[in-house]
Design a protein around this ligand. Structure first.
Ligand SMILES: [Zn+2]
Length: 503
């Protein structure tokens, strides 16, 4: 039997991770050959699509190891995006304009970040009442851990004032925000379309797979997008931990699903965020009261861990502050977790050196977000919250790799964008955060695939693997990462993105 001709051949540029190769062939959605163009082009047939690279580099499709995909989509289609606001008053102008555009309806602002504003303070109820007086309106901080509501929206909150609820300021933290978020939820059609928008946006960024931390009711939306053919991103889901009993009852194990949509396990919160001062620290915030909040204690987490492991599910634990990380490690030790289960710590922002040693010893994986370095360095939000010493130790990607801890990089959707995150990891404010181009790309591809147990199918360019590929605008060896763009994205050999004006 002679070799079947290839469906697609990319030739004439460096192939990431394949020394000496400058071409690859794809057949039936998988990589059929990687090697010198002279050899690979012999697989050409009359129907083969040829893509001349002209020196541009090919990378494995990026794999964002931590996103909130529906939120990313809604930011494109439904929310009033406040991430670009350069001042508090500009954020209010955007909300007022959003209210005019949808009279009588909820106005939902997302991704405000007071650390970028000259006013340097949180939005408050009185601000929103001025900007949006006649409609219910809330605006979520960039980290998703602090919501500010106007008076009309606040009427929907039934919780009494307390640690998480401040009616005067209109501030709702963590789970106290849930009622309002649900009340303002758009209809199903808008939600399914938002997932499609997230997938299109991902393809434009070179992302072919994501580990998503969805809400408990997102699975039907994913299935609708899958049926419609609008899901062009492989999605690996870590569902809210309250669904663990249901998953166990059904006997769903990690990897259940299809090549485009799989359930991996559950997500647990051990603390909040630094921006909202809810990340649990061992010593107080520099610019506010308290040491943050532990959202789970070790005995409960140990129990969850044991149950999930027995059910064949992964646990992804959100832990940012050193006090939360301590609780997570103690729970892992208590539960005697198995390294082969590949449980994950999400964010892992402020571990001590000895905590990192324990992460390595326990066989836990590190799922980190180099784009968070946008808040590190002198004058940044992290230094303000933590002081310069803790800022210099935050997000220690280099220390993680040095201990052999498997590293998966992602964005948490703040914003999604692997090249942006990698650029920050290459030139960070502090040396412990520094990665090389090769290390950063591997963590954003192979490392993320390993973290969902899909490294045999995804994450590198090798024969037999799925043809999830990105063609960059240039060869990173001859330019700086900030000049690189995504030219083409392929999912299973299918072209899902072409940059305008590019062939
Ligand atoms: Zn997250």
């Amino acid at each position: 039997m002679g070799a079947m001709p290839a469906d697609l051949i990319l030739h004439g540029g460096p192939i990431f991770g394949a020394e000496g190769a400058d071409a690859l062939a794809v057949r039936c959605g998988r990589i059929a050959a990687v090697g010198p163009a002279a050899e690979v082009l012999s697989l050409r047939g009359p129907e083969t699509v040829l893509v001349p690279l002209r020196g541009r580099a090919v990378l494995p499709g990026f794999f964002d190891a931590h996103v909130h995909f529906l939120r990313v989509g809604l930011e494109k289609t439904f929310y009033v995006d406040l991430s670009g606001a350069r001042s508090l008053s500009q954020a209010l102008e955007l909300l007022a304009a959003g209210a005019k555009a949808r009279p009588g309806e909820w106005v939902v602002g997302r991704a405000w970040d007071e650390s970028r504003w000259p006013e340097r303070r949180y939005l408050e109820r009185a601000d929103l009442d001025r900007a949006v007086p006649k409609q219910p309106c809330y605006a979520m901080r960039v980290d998703g851990h602090l919501l500010v509501a106007n008076t009309l929206a606040l009427a929907r909150c039934t919780r009494p004032d307390g640690e998480l609820v401040d009616r005067d300021l209109g501030h709702l933290r963590e789970e106290a925000a849930g009622e309002l978020v649900r009340a303002a939820r758009p209809d199903r059609e808008t939600l399914v379309e938002a997932l499609a928008a997230a997938s299109r946006h991902a393809a434009a960024l070179g992302i072919t797979a994501v580990a998503d931390m969805p809400g408990s009711d997102h699975l039907p939306l994913y299935q609708a997008a899958l049926r419609r053919g609008t899901l062009k991103t492989r999605a690996f889901l870590y569902l809210p931990v309250d669904l663990l009993p249901s998953l166990r009852a059904l006997g769903i194990e990690k990897g259940f699903g299809s090549p485009l949509l799989a359930i991996q396990g559950v997500k647990v919160f051990a603390d909040g965020s630094l921006g909202a001062r809810t990340a649990a620290l061992s010593s107080p915030y520099r610019d506010g009261k308290g040491t943050g909040q532990l959202l789970v204690e070790r005995a409960r987490l140990a129990r969850l861990w044991a149950e999930a492991e027995e059910a064949g599910l992964q646990v992804a634990v959100h832990a940012i502050g050193d006090r939360a990380i301590e609780e997570v490690l103690a729970a892992a030790e208590l539960a005697r977790i198995s390294p082969s289960a590949r449980h994950r710590i999400e964010h892992l922002e402020l571990p001590s050196a000895s905590q990192l040693d324990r992460v390595a010893a326990l066989g836990l994986l590190a799922s980190m977000q180099p784009n968070f370095l946008q808040w590190s360095g002198p004058g940044g939000m992290y230094a303000e919250r933590l002081g310069p010493e803790r800022d210099a130790a935050i997000d220690p990607h280099r220390e993680v790799l040095a201990r052999g801890i498997p590293l998966a990089l992602g964005s948490d959707g703040m914003p999604m964008g692997p090249l942006y995150g990698i650029g920050l990891a290459l030139r960070p404010p502090h040396p412990p955060q520094r990665l090389s181009w090769t290390e950063a790309v591997r963590a954003y591809t192979e490392g993320a695939a390993y973290a969902v147990g899909a490294e045999k199918e995804l994450g590198t360019i090798a024969r037999g693997k799925r043809a999830d590929l990105v063609v960059l605008s240039d060869d990173p060896a001859r330019t700086t990462p900030d000049k690189l763009q995504v030219d083409l994205t392929f999912l299973g050999g299918e072209r899902v993105y072409t940059r305008e004006g590019v062939r």
